[in-house]
Write a protein of this length. Structure first.
Length: 477
């Protein structure tokens, strides 16, 4: 036996002697235990277990230098179950990165998440548990503390270890911050079913319809909206992918600081002509023409960068937040672990696009370069089981995340906290005068419409209940 061989065996024996008592203690007490190789800065930081769908393991770099984790291996308690981390994957200092392992193996109710170097033999870190997460097994604090059950999934961002749900305000729902009454805001059976995302631009309301259609609506003179009859908009315009093919399952719409003159940006979860396959994309459309169809000028296909979802559970909401609003609030760039610096990126829209995922309730922020590339700069949980709409309200510097009847019409606001991450500020029930409709769209009027301390808000009902797809309410300014 050589000296180096003896050293390796002594090290392996030492690790085994440490790990076995810890595992035994967990088995006897029912309390999960974490054990790690002390010399490494990369830690298993959060685990979400369901036994099948969207089972995820998050890693965190608690060190001061970037770590290349290309080829590293994630396993459960079965050594034959392996997930190999893609080449080119680097964790910046303070960075979080979640990996959806459910495509390779499921995490059981009594299982273990293990991280190995690329050799598949050297254990870096591991965490074992004796029951499924509810909703998350999270280290408190990040990278250093013990694991505990927390109620909010925060994959890709700082763990929610306090009682405030992500470090923000209370997560206890409160009454709607406006009038309780809701009225219809469209004519009878104008849109039919599937009207989804909304975005108000002054006297125009943009609407995305799941059937691959974009609407330009104008005021109807009685507080509601009707289709614009000019320039081919009377029946909405069909959307196409670049090249003129396919039918995007258009779920959300937003504009940048340039307004509609700078293009409309639509979130799509799949191609309607291949509806069984996810295609998680942001599409840019020139809406200035007069034709009956719009072909995307650009597509940012994010599918490979996001955890897999069902083909009809993907991108639902989209909104744009100016760079100035983010830097002014101290927003932290998850791709670098440092303060967000727009100058680090090539020509882009002057802001960050945030997209919400229906199937997981996660929200992701992307810098979409004019050249067609993208960089993910944020990943955080909405705190809800699904996100159907996102809206940035500049007057209050808050991000609205909206769920449909799945969550009883719950709305959440999120703000950038002292750590530079978005955290829940408030949770609102839907107005008491509105039934639990399948609302997939939500939009707020601007500050210029504030009268006597209130301004209008609008919802789009995907089901077209009672023959109406648009409804109007109020919110305090």
């Amino acid at each position: 036996m050589t000296a180096s061989t003896a050293h390796r065996r002594r090290r392996a024996l030492s690790r085994l002697l440490v790990a076995v008592p810890l595992l035994a203690a967990g088995a006897l007490t029912g309390v999960p235990v974490a054990h790690a190789a002390a010399a490494d800065d990369v830690r298993v930081n959060e685990v979400v277990t369901t036994g099948d769908v969207n089972d995820s393991i998050e890693l965190y770099n608690k060190g001061t230098t970037a770590v290349d984790v290309s080829g590293w291996i994630l396993r459960d308690d079965d050594k034959s179950h392996s997930y190999k981390i893609a080449s080119g994957t680097t964790l910046a200092p303070g960075a979080f990165r979640a990996f959806d392992v459910s495509g390779k193996f499921g995490l059981g109710s009594a299982d273990e998440a293990r991280l190995y170097l690329a050799d598949g033999k050297t254990l870096v870190d591991s965490f074992g548990w004796s029951e499924h997460s509810d909703a998350s097994w999270s280290r408190c604090g990040d990278g250093t503390g013990a694991f505990k059950q927390v109620g909010t999934v925060t994959l890709g961002s700082a763990n929610s270890c306090g009682t405030g749900g992500g470090g923000g305000g209370s997560t206890t729902p409160v009454a709607w911050p406006g009038g309780s009454g809701v009225t219809t805001a469209d004519g009878s059976n104008v849109f039919g079913q599937d009207l989804s995302g909304l975005y108000q631009e002054g006297n125009v309301l943009w609407g995305a319809q799941n059937s691959g259609k974009l609407w330009r609506l104008v005021r109807d003179g009685s507080g509601g909206w009707k289709p614009d009859t000019a320039s081919g908009w009377a029946s909405g315009k069909a959307l196409r992918f670049p090249g003129g093919s396919g039918s995007p399952d258009s779920e959300g719409v937003t504009l940048t600081g340039a307004g509609s003159a700078g293009g409309a940006f639509v979130a799509s979860e799949r191609n309607g002509d291949a509806s069984g396959t996810s295609r998680l994309s942001v599409l840019k459309y020139d809406v200035s023409g007069s034709g009956s169809a719009l072909t995307a000028a650009k597509e940012w296909n994010l599918t490979s960068d996001l955890p897999s979802t069902g083909s009809n559970l993907g991108l639902e909401g989209i909104t744009w937040i100016p760079d100035t609003a983010l830097t002014g609030a101290g927003f932290k760039d998850a791709s670098t672990g440092a303060a967000y610096d727009p100058a680090r990126y090539s020509a882009h829209s002057g802001g960050v696009f945030f997209v919400g995922v229906e199937g997981t309730g996660m929200i992701y922020g992307y810098v979409l370069a004019d050249a067609g590339t993208y960089t993910r700069v944020a990943s955080f949980s909405s705190g809800m089981s699904g996100v159907m709409e996102l809206q940035w309200e500049p007057q209050a510097s808050r991000l609205w995340a909206v769920c449909d009847d799945t969550c009883d019409g719950q709305h959440r606001t999120l703000k950038i906290d002292t750590s530079g991450a978005f955290a829940t500020a408030a949770v609102y029930n839907r107005p008491t005068g509105m039934p639990n409709y399948n609302n997939e769209g939500f939009s707020l009027a601007g500050a210029d419409e504030c009268v006597a301390g209130s301004k209008p808000v609008y919802w789009s009902d995907d089901t077209n209940d009672g023959g109406h797809a648009l409804r109007k309410g109020t919110i305090t300014c």
